[in-house]
Ligand binder design. Structure first.
Ligand SMILES: Nc1ncnc2c1ncn2[C@@H]1O[C@H](COP(=O)(O)OP(=O)(O)OP(=O)(O)O)[C@@H](O)[C@H]1O
Length: 258
């Protein structure tokens, strides 16, 4: 894999909380503007890795660099999509997205053009009819799409997604995956996407990171030959390489889980 000028490189990252080793010697290189899906057994440290990149979890040793310079997450705008939507009950969908935009862009009021851009984002996420609804009036899939719209609205170069679609039924999930890819294509950000679903990892990941724990964390980067953000999930599933790759990943995950 070639190292792009803005690669985010984590080297020998270890995290300790109260004497307990949470992440042990993890190294990975993330090229700019690619989607990386992360698979790995429960408890291996996927969320911890994401939190390190987000600056929410300090590491005790190792280095994190962007384009060769020290990377301090607090100096960057990073879009985060948690598993549990994270919407405030008193904000409508549009208020939620526009307030995230205003905070990250240090603005008090939206200009007419910014209002149009955010409206386009709602349209891209198939949320136009939900703009003025509160979270309690939205389905899980709609809430999660608002959460994704909010992460896109913050701008910035990084998007961190922690099992964002795990609570959705399969139809809502496929719709959310497709809408996410369409929007991502408009401005590809370096994306880390944790999932427990092997097929989702193959559908969404340009590179699939397989995490294991063998005398320290291992992260195997697998280039995905079937990745095609323009294709539907059915087209991807019909690709000759799709099921062999899914099978291989399932086997490797099973081996790591022993
Ligand atoms: N705040 C914390 N205090 C103590 N231990 C923690 C803390 N956060 C995580 N851990 C431990 O660190 C390890 C890695 O947790 P992490 O949540 O990163 O794993 P994961 O791979 O995301 O798991 P899952 O797939 O189940 O969500 C686990 O053993 C977990 O119990």
């Amino acid at each position: 894999m070639s190292t792009s000028s803005k690669s985010l490189v984590l080297k020998h990252i270890s995290v300790e909380i109260k004497g307990q080793q949470i992440l042990d010697d993890a190294s990975v290189e993330l090229d700019e503007g690619r989607i990386y899906t992360i698979l790995g057994p429960s408890g291996v440290g996927k969320t911890s890795l994401l939190k390190v990149v987000a600056g929410l979890l300090p590491f005790s040793s190792g280095t994190m660099t962007l384009g060769g310079n020290e990377f301090n997450p607090n100096e960057h705008i990073i879009g985060l999509v948690p598993q549990s939507y994270g919407l405030l009950p008193w904000q409508t969908a549009f208020e939620s997205v526009s307030s995230a935009y205003k905070i990250s862009h240090n603005k008090k009021k939206l200009t007419a053009q910014e209002e149009r851009l955010l409206t386009q984002l709602f349209s891209d996420m198939a949320l136009m009819e939900q703009k003025d609804k509160y979270p309690s009036q939205l389905s899980g899939g709609q809430q999660q799409r608002v959460s994704i719209a909010r992460a896109f609205a913050t701008g910035g170069d990084f998007l961190l997604m922690d099992e964002p679609f795990s609570a959705l039924d399969s139809l809502s999930r496929e719709k959310a995956q497709q809408l996410f890819l369409r929007r991502w294509l408009k401005g590809p950000k370096t994306t880390l996407f944790i999932t427990h679903d092997v097929e989702e990892a193959v559908f969404l990941g340009q590179t699939i990171l397989l995490m294991g724990d063998r005398e320290g964390i291992t992260i195997e980067a697998i280039e995905n030959p079937v990745f095609d953000p323009y294709a539907t999930s059915l087209e991807i599933k019909n690709h000759d390489d799709f099921y062999p790759l899914v099978e291989r990943l399932r086997k490797e995950l099973h081996n790591h889980d022993k």
